[in-house]
Design a binder for this molecule. Sequence first.
Ligand code: GLN
Ligand code: ZN
Length: 769
Amino acid sequence: MTTMTAAAAARATVYGYPRQGPNRELKKAIEGYWKGRVTADALRSTAAELRRTNWQELAEAGVDEVPTGDFSYYDHVLDTTVMVGAIPARHRGAVEADALDGYFAMARGTQDVAPLEMTKWFDTNYHYLVPELGPDTVFTADSTKQVAEVKEALALGLSARPVLVGPVTYLLLAKPAPGVPADFDPLTLLDRLLPVYAEVLADLRAAGAEWVQLDEPVLVQDRTPAELNAATRTYRDLGGLIDRPKLLVASYFDRLGDALPVLAKAPVEGLALDFAEAAAANLDALAAVGGLPGKRLVAGVVNGRNIWVNDLSASLATLGTLLGLADRVDVSASCSLLHVPLDSARERDIEPQILRWLAFAKQKTAEIVTLAKGLAQGTDTIAAELAANRANLASRTGSPITNDPAVRARAAAVTETDARRSQAYTERATAQRAHLGLPLLPTTTIGSFPQTGELRTARADLRAGRIDTAGYEERIKAEIQEVISFQEKTGLDVLVHGEAERNDMVQYFAEQLTGYLATQHGWVQSYGTRHVRPPILAGDISRPEPMTVRWTTYAQSLTSRPVKGMLTGPVTMLAWSFVRDDQPLGDTARQVALALREEVNDLEAAGTSVIQVDEPALRETLPLRTADRPAYLAWATEAFRLSTGGVRPDTQIHTHMCYAEFGDIVQAIDDLDADVISLEAARSHRQVARELAAHGYPREAGPGVYDIHSPRVPSTEEAADLLRTGLKAIPAERLWVNPDCGLKTRGWPETRASLENLVAAARTVREEL
Ligand code: GLN
Ligand code: ZN
């Protein structure tokens, strides 16, 4: 292996590209198909056209090897389920009747049949459909999609590399099928699954694929020896096949750690590693195993899931080091570009001096091509690009937007005391009881009330100039009046204003904070046809003026019951945005926390005695490696305490989280030092209450008694039963009565009925105390 040949052979590639098209054509076609307005043939041809456009765009940009199979009508893990024939029994009929409709039935369910469960793809905001496996699962190969797509790309005269979810990742992401014991270990199916992958690989080779990429992102998480052993066996077996393409095993989102020696030794032809977020660790580990002699290394030096311009010189330096460690080094993004928007050049509202800091999928592709060229042909061949890149980076480093002295000074002046309430929880609880005068088992909601068509119309009317700000505000006020009067009539104890003015719980604040950017076209797939436009934490964050006080005080003026102020917490603000990469996350969190602290303090000064700071993302942002978690939880909980630490002891701080599995972060939840927490729990109320109790959680808590994910109305008796079981774990002085989450996706009729029953249940159980 000589540096010269490794460099000369350098190629540009990517693992995947945004699927939906520049104007979300795929979303529109699929949703049209669901509604019966678009035929299956029309949908297929839209999809084929989008694939062709993506490949041609990549090839024209200079990508040497395009990915195939990354396209999906809904989700690439579901595509893998189809590829290995692991169709759940309840969907088999539908799939046999019609492959496309059966596919969508698995994704979305039907009147009669539940869909596959959906969950987050590692620590991204993409969601995949969880495979359901059991001891009776029979795998059968169906490579139709994968073969068709590689043939399409080859027919365009392109060099193409199919990308598949690898067998170890597929199994480890699965859960036991309904009826299968919870301790079922999907890895026991490995021997059954590998022959199916072998068949698919043979099909792909026959279709003309020289290389196939197998994605194994589970290997960047902590893995047991048994799991690492499964990886060893997988790649020994697949590598040992005679009739197969060359294999590239890819990992991303973090460092490979113990899995690196396993893959380095495996009889496969290439590895793809993350050199963006995990550069140092992967470099060291690669050097420690003596590099990858005889193998191809695909170096993911361009961050595939954030939106900042790459530091090309730094990447070239990394690539230069890597040249000595493999036979051939190619350049790529750290992961599929699925996780970033398509094209920053389409943003009209972002000022040019900020736009030059941003790189979406299209811009990242150009960076990858430039780096590959620089590597193969020498840096003088990319001198112009390097100069432009240096200027872009310098403009960002030197900008007043990223260096606001006032924000920096405030953040630097933060002390331990700022992040601590002036009294301990127990004393505060007494003060709050006296101040608020609430009954036992107080009732409340999580914040939002139904977002009706009229509200969306009002927002659209405002954007289109059909109504002015005053007209819009009148509509919001009318809605607040209705929400308050409903809650009073129903007999809720702590009211909310209903969040009618919010398009989204993160974007609403991002739009009002200096240093935060919104995009016009920055759509990223969240799941299926659902897309989000995450705002961008671009600069130092400050709050020019109060963001919510007006609405909360207006609501409070209509009632004598306490109205809860409602904010999104710092961790969630970061988790659902693109974050700065030029300072530690904790620093950004602290700036956001200080802006929120001003809001919290202003709410209190305006007479708000209950303030809720939502942190639904606290758990989902947990680092993939457990070793990294304590540091994360330290800054995350500090940011929360900083935002809420400035209020009087008798002001009650609530927080809210949307998941019932929190056993691993109970300590962190306690460290938030909130007075009350509401949690999603309608599916396992007893377990949530028990778990809190088991950890000695000392504060007030409201495990949800109304599952807001379904239009179903819980009966009074049902809710009362949940409360009775809750009381076995949490004493009446500390138990709250509330739904699982906000009501914005619900309709009014079921919301009304459910909350009436919830209040009735609280009254019933109070009588029994
Ligand atoms: N306050 C928000 C609401 O009620 C909370 C949403 C959430 O937890 N995701 O909608
Ligand atoms: Zn929630």
